[in-house]
Design a protein around this ligand. Structure first.
Ligand SMILES: Cc1ncc(COP(=O)(O)O)c(C=O)c1O
Length: 408
């Protein structure tokens, strides 16, 4: 049997059925009209954000990167929990605008911003994290044409990366940000052009679980920000320290020790260099805030045997949960936390693989895990489905269509 990832805290069993916030998933599925279904929990979102805020220094504001989960009801809930929002496209700009989010709380990072996206963001008053000198030139020209003072920050491509992170966004040649040595000249140019100078965005990586690695990256980020601000010759108004806080997806993973990260950051804030004395600092997190609050539910359509192996064939699959299938940025496939939701309290009885309904061997949600015996009609649950699920999976593949979504 292959191990399964750790089920996040906060779930229980009622009458042997998986329950979220005291509600049985069978009732939730009935309410939603069937599976496949993502269920997100308000209570878990709130608890996670509050615990994070309690651990971080008060001076640090928290931004939510909506790429992790832009589901409108969830975004509405996040509005009351975080200070700002990070978007990565004109489409995400439209989503935050539809949610009524104040553009002054929004920043836009991401390579390849088209002119229409720059224009919409500048007109709305969103802060642009510029990814290249060319993008800066286009942004300044658009702002001049519109007669608007653009809010401009520079996304720095740092020489360091976030050690142990699942996805590295710094350290060497990257399509993201502007290499350190070219930042001072561009910063001076933006200020000379009359832009509203919003400082730096320094995002070194994503999905790191080691507090030590995050602490070290934040130390390097602050030192880099101070050095670049000195070279520009002006105090730094804002600095986005990136994020990268991961969640435990796989067997053996441990949660980030946020108390240690917060304490180390508080110490640094107490001893800031001159250029950063009045800087406003934020972090930008996606999966950490929302990932564990979501569960993906699918129904077993067929139970079959092949060469002695049990397959639980479901009505879901990688078209909704690409990451759980191991095809979204993982090198070695390992099992996400998963369970038979309708037999949540039952003991392990057999080895089985939970697969999807797509005719590709990639469509495997749990590989040779230990489960109670399940049959057609049972529900399976894949946990840690709150981030990079519904919108980071190829829902149109094979004409299957999207899953339902529900916030409780
Ligand atoms: C610029 C930027 N901000 C935020 C995120 C969110 O990362 P995570 O969901 O791991 O917190 C990413 C992830 O790729 C990113 O590239």
């Amino acid at each position: 049997m292959k191990p399964l990832g750790p089920i996040p805290p906060g779930f229980s069993a009622i009458d042997g059925v998986l329950a979220i916030d005291g509600r049985k998933v069978t009732d939730l599925v009935a309410e939603a009209g069937g599976t496949p279904l993502f269920v997100y929990s308000r209570a878990m979102l709130t608890a996670k954000a509050q615990a994070l805020r309690a651990a971080m220094p008060a001076r640090l504001t928290i931004h939510y990167a909506i790429k992790a989960n832009p589901y409108a009801p969830l975004l509405q809930h996040m509005l009351g929990l975080v200070d700002g929002f990070d978007i990565a496209s004109g489409g995400e700009l439209a989503i935050v605008q539809a949610a009524g989010i104040d553009p002054a709380r929004v920043s836009f990072a991401g390579p390849g911003k088209r002119d229409a996206e720059l224009e919409a963001a500048i007109a709305a008053g969103v802060t642009l994290n510029l990814e290249s000198e060319g993008e800066a030139t286009r942004a300044l020209a658009i702002a001049e044409r519109l007669g608007v003072t653009p809010r401009l920050a520079i996304r720095v491509n740092p020489e360091f990366d976030l050690k142990g992170s699942g996805m590295k966004m710094g350290g060497g040649a990257k399509p993201f940000g502007i290499d350190e040595d070219r930042v001072p000249a561009l910063g001076r140019r933006l200020m000379a052009a009359g832009a509203d100078w919003r400082g730096f965005h320094i995002f070194a990586g994503s999905q790191a679980l080691s507090a030590d690695a995050i602490i070290e990256t934040q130390r390097q980020t602050l030192a880099l920000a101070a050095r670049l601000a000195d070279e520009i010759g002006a105090a730094l108004p804002r600095c986005n320290l990136g994020g990268g806080f991961g969640i435990p997806y796989f067997p053996g993973d441990e949660p980030v020790d946020i108390a240690a990260v917060g304490a180390a950051l508080a110490e640094r804030f107490d001893d800031l260099p001159e250029a950063l004395q009045d800087t406003a600092f934020c972090i930008e997190l996606g999966r950490y805030l929302v990932g564990e609050s979501g569960v993906y539910l699918a129904s077993v359509v067929d139970r079959k045997l092949s060469h002695g192996e049990v397959y639980l064939v479901t009505d879901g699959g990688l078209h909704h949960q690409l990451a759980a299938s191991g095809n979204f940025g993982t090198v070695v496939r390992r099992n996400y936390p998963s369970a038979i939701a309708t037999r949540f309290a039952a003991r392990v009885e057999e080895e089985a693989s939970i697969v999807g309904c797509l005719c590709t061997p990639l469509d495997r949600l749990a590989d040779k895990g230990g489960f109670p015996r399940a049959d057609a009609g049972d529900l399976v649950a894949i946990f840690c489905a709150g981030a990079y699920g519904a919108t980071a999976s190829p829902a149109a593949f094979l004409g299957q269509g999207p899953a339902g979504e529900m916030l409780i």
